[in-house]
Design a protein around this ligand. Structure first.
Ligand SMILES: CC(C)(COP(=O)(O)OP(=O)(O)OC[C@H]1O[C@@H](n2cnc3c(N)ncnc32)[C@H](O)[C@@H]1OP(=O)(O)O)[C@@H](O)C(=O)NCCC(=O)NCCS
Length: 164
């Protein structure tokens, strides 16, 4: 598996699979070409034999200069459970440290148990919230459109700092 930065020319391939890889809650505002244009350093793509098998898209927070934010991660269903998502997050963390960031934040929907398990396996903590659903802390109206989200945070450790 090879991990590289996205190019603008990758956008078509990503949009072609995104709905199928995400599932029925996919929304067309999840990914756009301008993310690659402006956040290329933190937009990564995993390939096997020249074929895309996963990607992660994130950016550096301007408001919180110590933080990066992962907007979206997806792995080809045929390649799930094989470490692709972990490898993408590790590559993202290396770039975050190189860009002098020490925190990664990201969110997921409370119903997305696979995503919650994935993030906990990777050492993220769920930030405590006033409300919990089935024991999961949920930030109410996170998106300003009524959508509650589980808020994850990971402080980058010594091992990532040493890599870079
Ligand atoms: C979530 C997702 C990115 C995980 O990718 P993946 O390549 O299958 O994950 P990995 O194989 O790298 O797994 C990494 C760790 O997460 C855990 N994990 C991954 N999927 C899991 C699942 N469905 N249930 C429980 N644990 C899971 C693994 O056990 C693994 O832990 P380990 O390394 O300690 O054994 C993938 O399932 C996906 O694309 N889902 C659809 C999109 C989505 O929901 N994205 C997240 C919200 S932004």
């Amino acid at each position: 598996m090879k991990i590289r930065n996205m190019e603008g020319s990758d956008c078509g391939g990503i949009l072609a699979v995104a709905s199928a890889w995400w599932g029925n809650t996919y929304s067309s505002d999840m990914f756009s070409k301008w993310y690659i244009t402006h956040f290329r350093e933190t937009c990564l793509l995993a390939e096997e034999g020249g074929r895309m098998i996963g990607f992660v898209m994130g950016f550096m927070s301007q408001t919180n200069p110590d933080e990066t934010y992962i907007r979206i991660v997806m792995v080809d269903p045929a390649y799930r459970g094989k470490g692709v998502g972990r490898a993408l997050y590790e590559a993202f963390a290396e770039r975050a440290v190189a860009l002098e960031r020490s925190v990664i934040r990201c969110v997921t929907a409370p119903w997305n148990k696979e995503s919650i398990a994935f993030h906990i396996s990777l050492g993220f903590i769920m930030e405590p919230q006033e409300q919990e659903l089935e024991g999961i802390p949920v930030c109410i109206d996170y998106d300003g459109r009524g959508g509650g989200r589980v808020l994850f945070k990971k402080r980058l450790g010594v091992e990532q700092r040493t890599v870079c």
